[in-house]
Write a protein that binds this ligand. Structure first.
Ligand code: ZN
Length: 283
């Protein structure tokens, strides 16, 4: 199933993309998608519904992030061989974990905000994994049982904020609009193989990233095993699993996003996103 949330920011409603590709409303069964709907019980309820009989949503409404109440964002750095190389860094010996602010979540086609003074705004298309069941010390062989869904994500990164100030690198990745996710959340029963997906991103129509999740250093199951040694994973936690080569920081010369630029990106089975970079005026 493909969970979708549609409507203006803060007023999204639960929808579903049916097999015929039409966006359909889940009202009155479900008002808004929550991590609670990732449970096996809820999935059984949803599977009993004839999705193709639900009312079609008219027009082309804005889409929001596909869950209303994601809990935290865990992120993995340098997780594609080619990206570690372009960054001039050695492959990590274990998944390189950092955190992003939950307030950075935005919709799949929302504007990406360039704050006053931003000078190194960069793109990172990533496979997002949402935890569906609480767990700790999860063996890799059992990790798939804890996945509630997959989504397309961008880990937007301000390299100046990331590298040039003391403290955690997540501060360069946490501004409002820096984690657009969607257009839908795909339940794991419909994901053929998360480690064999084309993943790509274009800036102003030109490919910048074009790879496969087969190139990950640590696969999704390994990441879940690793992270769950250090903390309990909760339903609604989002893990963004790293980006392939082709980011602006790795270009020669380094090339960053400018106001007015357009980003398009996609992952097999998880849809596509389109964003404009807009100047944010403060005060
Ligand atoms: Zn990233």
């Amino acid at each position: 199933m493909r969970f979708v949330r549609y409507g203006e920011a803060g007023e999204e409603k639960a929808g579903i993309l049916a097999q015929d590709g039409r966006l359909r409303s889940l009202a009155p069964l479900i008002k808004d998608w929550s991590w609670a709907h990732l449970s096996e019980d809820w999935l059984a309820v949803l599977k009993a519904v004839n999705l193709d009989a639900l009312p079609i949503v008219s027009g082309t409404p804005r889409l929001g992030a596909p869950l209303s109440d994601l809990r935290q964002i865990l992120a993995i750095g340098l997780n594609y061989r080619d990206h570690a190389e372009e960054s001039g860094m050695e492959l990590p010996k274990s998944p390189l974990l950092f955190y992003k602010a939950i307030s950075s979540i935005s919709g799949p086609n929302d504007d990406i905000l360039a704050a006053p003074g931003t000078q190194a705004l960069d793109w990172e298309v990533e496979l997002g994994v949402v935890i569906g069941k609480q767990g700790r010390h999860i063996p890799a062989a059992e990790a798939s049982q804890y996945i509630g869904g997959y989504c397309l994500a961008i880990d937007v990164s301000e390299r100046d904020w990331q590298f040039n100030y003391a403290g955690q690198m997540g501060k360069g990745k946490s501004y409002d609009s820096f984690t657009p996710i969607g257009p839908w959340l795909l339940t794991p029963d419909e994901m053929p193989d998360p480690q064999n997906l084309k993943i790509w991103l274009k800036v102003n129509g030109s490919f910048r990233q074009n790879s496969s999740t087969a190139e990950m250093v640590f696969n999704v199951a390994h990441i879940i095993e690793h992270v769950s040694k250090f903390q309990t994973l909760l339903p609604g936690d989002l893990i963004v699993t790293g980006t392939p080569a082709g980011v602006g920081f790795g270009m020669k010369p380094k090339t960053y996003l400018a106001v007015g630029d357009r980003i398009d990106c996609g992952i097999d089975h998880l849809g596509e996103q389109t964003h404009q970079i807009v100047a944010e005026l403060i005060g």
